[in-house]
Design a protein around this ligand. Structure first.
Ligand code: EPU
Length: 319
């Protein structure tokens, strides 16, 4: 059987050849995947991985595509979209498969009078992506109420407790190993349903006010930067650093890009958002190359003018 025939025999019409990845990522940018599958079970996932191994094909696994930049050439291998989307709520315990949308879980848990995940209403991606990047917003992070994660490791399902996961700021061990996240469990607190619904609205409103919520983007492009006292002294000669940033020893890169007067700066249809400096937005037909050029420009200016080395939060695919 050919590779398309083999993949089709597993996922049927959820297989696509030369599928434009721009259709699957929030940036709405990127060339085609030679092979694309959406898997709806662990067995399907395993079978696809077996084919990748047997046929010596590269693969990558993704969920909501909310934090990805795909090259204009696309991906020469199998793009595996996680389509396992069920969740269970038992008492205060919640277990969600990795393909569940974070915002859907925020709403579902609030409807069950459970407190702890309301902030996820603002996240564009899936639970798997949120765990991988320890996504966060307004003072909360994915790790906060998480208890365990189930992964596929070397072909076997393994359960990892929270303390085994090595979470950091926008980081987890899953960014550095080959585990595929299958599901995550959370322990929540009892809350009042009306308060929780008001919280959902409030969080959404805050995010819509401060970030380009509906634009094609990958969320914040760069991680905020930790700084030392010496860095702060040096920066203070050029910049009026907000007290919150100096006391946390962390510079918000959106603010820094604003100080560089780069908001609105465009290369082709890629633009530094007018609303928030750490968001690069696709105004319509931006290419990955446009975005890469804009990233390079921002990094060069931040380094030359303030001696700050910026690190991307986005995941590059096909570069
Ligand atoms: N600011 C500016 N100009 C800008 C952007 C921000 O002056 O263009 C100022 C704001 O007025 C505020 C400060 O910078 O005083 C911090 O801004 P904000 O509250 O928007 O937070 P942030 O540090 O820029 C972080 C996360 C976001 C998260 C928000 C809210 C990172 C890289 N970003 O942004 O996460 O939603 O806090 O909690 O950690 C993401 O990771 O993709 C993301 C969107």
């Amino acid at each position: 059987m050919t590779i398309p025939e083999q993949l089709e025999s597993i996922v049927d019409s959820r297989y696509k050849e030369e599928e434009p990845l721009s259709k699957h990522v929030n940036f709405r940018i990127g060339g085609p995947a030679k092979h694309f599958v959406e898997v709806r079970s662990i067995d399907e996932l395993k079978a696809v991985l077996d084919i990748a191994s047997k046929e010596e094909l590269n693969f990558f696994v993704f969920g909501g595509g909310s934090n990805m930049l795909v090259s204009d050439e696309g991906f020469d291998g199998i793009a595996i979209k996680i389509g396992m989307r069920s969740y269970e709520i038992r008492g205060k315990e919640v277990r969600a498969e990795s393909g569940v949308l974070s915002s859907a879980l925020a709403r579902a848990t609030a409807n069950h009078s459970l407190k702890g995940l309301s902030w996820m209403i603002t996240l564009p991606g899936t639970i798997g992506g949120a765990v991988r990047g320890n996504a966060g917003c307004f003072g909360s992070e994915t790790k906060d109420s998480l208890t365990s994660v189930e992964v596929l490791r070397n072909g076997k399902v393994k359960k990892l407790e929270r303390h085994q996961i090595e979470f950091g700021y926008r980081d987890s061990m899953f960014k550095h190993n080959k585990d595929i996240i299958l599901a995550a469990s959370f322990e929540l607190k009892e809350g009042d349903i009306d308060d929780l619904k008001a919280e959902l609205d409030d969080q959404l409103m805050r995010r819509k006010k401060s970030q380009p919520f509906d634009a094609g983007s990958a969320g914040c492009m760069f991680k905020n930067t930790a700084v030392t006292d010496e860095d702060l002294q040096r920066l203070a000669q050029k910049l009026d650093i907000p007290t919150e940033m100096s006391s946390n020893r962390q510079i918000s890169v959106g603010w820094l890009i604003d100080q560089l007067d780069l908001k609105g700066k465009a290369i082709g249809d890629a633009q530094v958002s007018d609303v928030h400096g750490n968001f690069l937005v696709n105004k319509g037909s931006a290419t990955a190359d446009n975005i890469v050029q804009l990233i390079a420009l921002i990094k060069t200016r931040a380094r030359d003018e303030y001696g700050i080395l910026l690190e991307e939060e986005v995941q590059y695919v096909g570069f």
